[in-house]
Design a protein around this ligand. Sequence first.
Ligand code: UDP
Length: 239
Amino acid sequence: MPAEIKYQRILLKLSGEALMGDEDYGIDPKVLRRLAAEIIEVQKAGVQVGVVIGGGNIFRGAGLAAGGMDRVTGDHMGMLATVMNALAMQDALEKLGAYARTMSAIKINEVCEDYIRRRAIRHLEKGRVCIFAAGTGNPFFTTDSAAALRAVEIGAQLLLKATKVDGVYSADPKKVSGAERFEHLTYDQVIERKLAVMDTAAIALCRDHGMPLRIYDMGQPGNLMRIMRGEPVGTLVDC
Ligand code: UDP
C-alpha cells in the first residue's frame, strides 16, 4: 500500500438519493459510473472498501406508510429498493473492471449472496468491493444504522457518509445564511444538538464502538481519495 494511504478498510455509505444525480427518482448512470470509478481508485491504492447503499431514490417505508401502506411492508419494499441499487453499483464496478459482491441482509439467493460476516471479510481481503444490501434486514431501521453496524462488524477504520454538502452545519446552509460549518464534532454533540448527520441509533452505535465517522461532499471529484490520504475533508465525528 502506498505510504500516504491512511486507511486499510473503510465503509462507505451512499444514500439512494446520491445515485439520482439531478433526477427526481431512480438512478443516473453517469453519477453511478463516477462513484464507482472513485471507489475503484481508492481500492487500487490498497484500501478495502465496503459499501452500504440506501434506497430513498426508489422507496422509503415511512413515505409509503404516510400514503396508507402497512409500515413493515413499506420497509420491506425499501429494503428491496436498496438491493436494486446495490446490483446497479455492482454492475457499474464490474463494467469498470473491478470485482464486486452484493451481500443481502434478507435472503434473495438467486440475485445475490447472503450477508455472512466472515465471507464478507474474505471478499474484502481478496480485493472485492462488498456491497451490503437490504440494510439491517429489519423494518424500522435505516441504512445509516446498517452502515454503522457493518462498519463495526467488518472492523472498518472509518465510516464515510457521502452527501451533497461539504460537511455538517448548525442549520441547513441553503436556508439559513450564516449557518456554522463544523470541522469536528463529538458523537454526543451530534446527538445533543440533533444535528442532521445520521440517525441517533447509528451515531450511538458509532460512539459505543469508537467508530470514527466522516461526512463529506461526494459531488467534489477526488474527495474520497483525499480522505484516504488523511486530508481533513468535510466533518469528522469521533469522541
Ligand atoms: N430499511 C429498513 N431497514 C433497514 C434499512 C432500510 O426497513 O435496516 C428500509 C426503510 O423503509 C428505508 C428504506 O429501506 O426507508 C431505504 O433506506 P434509507 O431510507 O435508509 O435510504 P437512504 O435514505 O439512505 O437512501
